[in-house]
Structure formats: C-alpha cells, structure tokens
Design a protein around this ligand. Structure first.
Ligand SMILES: [Zn+2]
Length: 275
C-alpha cells in the first residue's frame, strides 16, 4: 500500500505491507530534486519503484540502517543509477560487510529482509541541483542515525529521530538519553517544516519538539528517582507508562514500556550524572 502526497516541491510516500486489507505500520520516504530520503521496506519496493517512475533519482540518503528504511536502496542503485549515502557506522552493515542482526518474526512479516548494496559514507553537506543540506548525526534512535537540514528553506528530514506522540514504549537497543540529546540538537535549528520518518509533515515544529523533550526528560527523572528507591522495572513501567500495550505483545516484548524504562537506566554518554 502506498500513499503519495505533495508538500510543495517535496513528494512524500507512506508505505506499508497490506495485511487483511489494511496497511500495517507505515514507514515513509521523501523525494525532492532528484534525492530520495530513505527507501522503505522490502515488501513495498515494487510500489515505490512504480511511483518513482516519472521522477529523477540521482541519490538516496539513508537516515539509518533499520530494515524499514533501506530496502529500495539496491533497486534504485541498479535500475536508476542512484548513489546511496549513509552514516559511516551504517555503511558496513548496508554493504553486507558485517551481518545485519537477525530480524524478529514481526519485523519479517511487516517489513522483510532488505538486500545489501554498495552504500557510501554521506558527506558533511549533500547538494542537489537546487538545495544544499547539512548532514547531522543524531544518534539515540539508532547509533547510525542522521538527519538532513536545508537551512535556507528551513526543512528538516528527521527520519525516526522524531515521529511525534508521547512514547509509552521503545524498541530494545534504543538510547533514550541519546534521543533526547539529538532532539535538543534539532530543536536549536530554525525549522519551518519537519518531514518525519512516520510520514507526518509538521509546520513550525518548535513547540512540538520542545514538548517531546520535556515529556521524555520528565519521565526520565521519575524513572531514575523510582529506581533509586529500589522499584523494579515492571512496577516503574506500570506507574509511569501504564499497562502493557498491544504492540508489546505483537512484537514479543521487543517494543515495550519496560524496554523504555530499561533504556533510561542503561549506561549512555548522554545520561545525566547521578545527583
Ligand atoms: Zn528506525
């Protein structure tokens, strides 16, 4: 299933595998001026290629190596001659020089296994015919996460560094303190339009970003305080994030409130020092 929407010169694509007549867990990518930002999952490659038929694709910028953002890379390279760029940390994995960690059943069902391709390290600045983007390292959601910022237009393509909402769960391996630090880095930019990895496009997102940072920091302080009082992870999750969510069961606990609590407790270079 693919939804296409125009945002001025930017074309947004929301993609999902269709199961039982509905698109499930949409991922997004964007096209402008010959550049693709991300390329969706394996199950939606044919739909994306068809939708891009009449558009030039000279390069693909991969915001991060997650399986739902990279699967169009190889076909766009082979069929359209595109260059694929990613953060240096993502390059060996995208090339297949190091193995991709095994996918869980829900990841295979929803998104599928992406093929490897000869990705290269993204430069500090990425230029298209009309635009010049700063490539910003924004770890937390994943260590190899980058965002694209066009300062003259005020556009930010933020991948999964910000997908809106008030998180009540996180996938195992996320660094929530890194997520907060990266959001602060993004909030310091002058952004008029934010293009999220969920497909949402937010006008003047300063307030939303500030709210998200405040929310995550507030939960973090409470998690650390309760943990300091000896509360176990499950009890902290119940108190601060509520009951187990459907996604927790569906992902066999991979995406859960308890993993969000654990992320606050784990070591991180961005974790505030103990009081
Ligand atoms: Zn991701």
């Amino acid at each position: 299933m693919i939804h296409v929407k125009q945002h001025g010169p930017v074309t947004g694509f929301r993609l999902a595998r269709t199961l039982l007549g509905r698109g499930r867990y949409f991922t997004a990518c964007f096209h402008l001026d010959g550049l693709m930002v991300d390329s969706g999952c394996q199950h939606t490659v044919p739909e994306l290629l068809a939708a891009l038929e009449s558009l030039p694709v000279h390069s693909v910028l991969t915001t991060h190596s997650h399986e739902d953002h990279v699967a169009g890379n190889l076909p766009l390279m082979r069929l359209r001659g595109a260059r694929v760029y990613a953060h240096a940390l993502a390059v060996p994995l995208l090339r297949g020089e190091i193995p991709r960690p095994p996918l869980m059943p829900y990841q295979k069902v929803l998104w599928g296994w992406p093929a490897t391709c000869q990705a290269q390290e993204a430069p500090e600045y990425l230029e298209t015919e009309r635009y010049r983007f700063d490539v910003l390292h924004t770890p937390g959601h994943w260590p190899d996460h980058i965002c694209l910022y066009e300062p003259r237009q005020g556009w930010l393509f933020c991948g999964d560094a910000y997908v809106g909402g008030r998180d009540r769960g996180l996938r195992a391996g996320y660094d929530v303190w890194g997520i907060i630090a990266s959001l602060k880095k993004l909030a310091a930019l002058d952004i008029s339009r934010l293009f999220c990895g969920s497909g949402s496009v937010v006008e003047n997102p300063a307030r939303e970003l500030a709210d998200k940072i405040a929310y995550l920091e507030d939960i973090g302080q409470k998690v650390l305080a309760l943990h300091g009082q000896g509360w176990p992870v499950r009890r902290i999750r119940k108190k601060l994030l509520g009951g187990r969510q459907q996604i927790d069961y569906f992902t066999q606990g991979n995406f859960s409130g308890e993993n969000m609590v654990r992320s606050y407790l784990a070591d991180s270079p961005w974790k505030p020092a103990a009081q």
